[in-house]
Ligand binder design. Structure first.
Ligand code: RM4
Ligand code: MN
Length: 395
């Protein structure tokens, strides 16, 4: 441990900030997932939204930083959402963002909120009204929209008309929100359509949010950018204008791979968290919801989520250890290598002992991943959960 008083101070402040951090888990991470080639099944996978929430609660129990679960409608439809919310409370977690689904109905082949036919647009808007009702029943405050709409061929539809139709549909949804609700709007540069996507980038999402009003914010899914996009620049820009509503964390090597956050590029995750810390946006009241959006195709799901949460914590801890004063001084005096060195010193710090100390001070296992493996829970659900239909991406 260091004896330098300013380093000790930095460490103490890092511990305090880490103690307040929360990360939201996606219900779909606990179901089976795969590619269009194969969805593998895993013993012990939840059969319904209640079991998905119980699994998410295991992650929270071991890490202490994952107190919310996002739902996906209709995948997580239940008869009584009040009961589901109660179940979450009993398990020590709560319901987070409600995700709408505009990509699995035949009517949406040529678009949903952007469709040329007003009847199809009305159906897509009505689905969001249903999601807002789920928010009221569960106490959720975030309505998350990922728009899968787009076109495959030049000339297929009028790009501008689609934007006008989208703006109008979004306005109708926005008008349904309660004052404490937010509409958080995601973007993705390609897929499921390959020529145009109707919300391909942060600029398009931001323009729609600005037109809607203060309750509309941008969602940044780390996997939804072209290779080599400077994501931390986007983070900085959205924070500047107060419109970064949430992250969908995951990592990618090629496309929208939905791999464990920090697995493909931990340095990028650190650079993103560095902008968050720089803007003081880690505070629980900053309005940035740190969510995971991942699938665990071949690895076990609960340990996969535990690992993800730990990766976010590690990147955050490193960002908190950046000596901001030294960095500023170097930046202002034009000391290029000194400034870069201040960042790299923090990045190269092994923060695992610091996080172990934090967890132990909170009565949590120093290594949540190992503790879960020892708990026997995985074997228990594999034996208990027989029969029924295992939850899967898209069902
Ligand atoms: C989309 C998008 C959404 C997620 C779905 C499952 O690609 O990232 O956020 O809800 O996938
Ligand atoms: Mn996403």
């Amino acid at each position: 441990m260091t004896t330098d008083p300013s380093a000790q101070d930095l460490r103490a402040r890092a511990l305090a900030a880490l103690a307040e951090q929360t990360i939201e888990l996606p219900s779909w991470a606990f179901g089976n997932a795969g590619t269009r080639f194969k969805v593998f099944s895993t013993p012990g996978v939840p059969r319904d939204p209640f079991e998905k929430i119980s699994d998410a609660a295991q992650v929270h129990r071991h890490t202490g930083v994952a107190p919310r679960v996002s739902l996906h409608i209709p995948w997580d439809l239940v008869d009584d959402f009040g009961k589901l919310a109660e179940h979450a409370t009993d398990e020590g977690v709560s319901i987070g963002a409600i995700n709408s689904n505009l990509f699995q109905a035949d009517e949406y082949k040529l678009g949903s909120l952007t469709h040329a036919d007003p009847a199809v647009r009305a159906k897509a808007v009505a689905h969001h009204v249903q999601c807002i009702d789920v928010m009221r029943a569960t106490g959720s405050t975030d309505l998350k929209i990922w728009l899968p709409d787009g076109t495959n061929y030049p000339g297929q539809d009028d790009i501008t008309d689609r934007q006008e139709r989208l703006a109008e549909s979004l306005q109708q949804i926005y008008a349904e929100l309660d004052p404490e609700h937010r509409l958080i709007l995601e973007y993705k540069f390609y897929e499921p359509y390959f020529y145009t996507m109707d919300i391909p980038d942060w600029g398009t999402s931001l323009l729609h949010c600005l037109a809607l009003g203060e309750q509309a914010k941008v969602v940044l899914d780390t996997g939804h950018h072209a290779p080599n996009t400077n994501i931390e620049f986007i983070v900085a820009q959205l924070l500047r204008v107060g419109r970064l509503g949430a992250f969908d964390f995951n990592s990618r090597f090629y496309g929208d791979d939905d791999l464990i956050v920090g697995a493909a590029d931990p340095f990028q995750l650190f650079r993103i968290m560095n902008e968050i810390v720089r803007a003081d946006a880690l505070r629980p009241d900053s309005g940035v919801n740190f969510m995971l959006d991942q699938c665990h195709n071949i690895e076990p799901k609960i340990p996969g989520q535990i690992r993800s949460v730990m990766n976010v914590q590690e990147a955050t801890a490193k960002a908190l250890l950046v000596d901001r004063e030294a960095l500023r001084t170097a930046q202002r005096s034009g000391d290029v290598l000194g400034a870069n060195g201040a960042l790299m010193d923090a990045y190269n710090t092994d923060v695992r002992p610091l996080l172990a100390e934090l967890r132990e001070s909170q009565g949590l296992p120093a290594d949540p991943y190992a503790a879960y493996a020892r708990s026997g829970h995985q074997e228990q659900i594999a034996t208990e959960r027989v029969g029924g239909q295992q939850a899967s991406w898209g069902a």
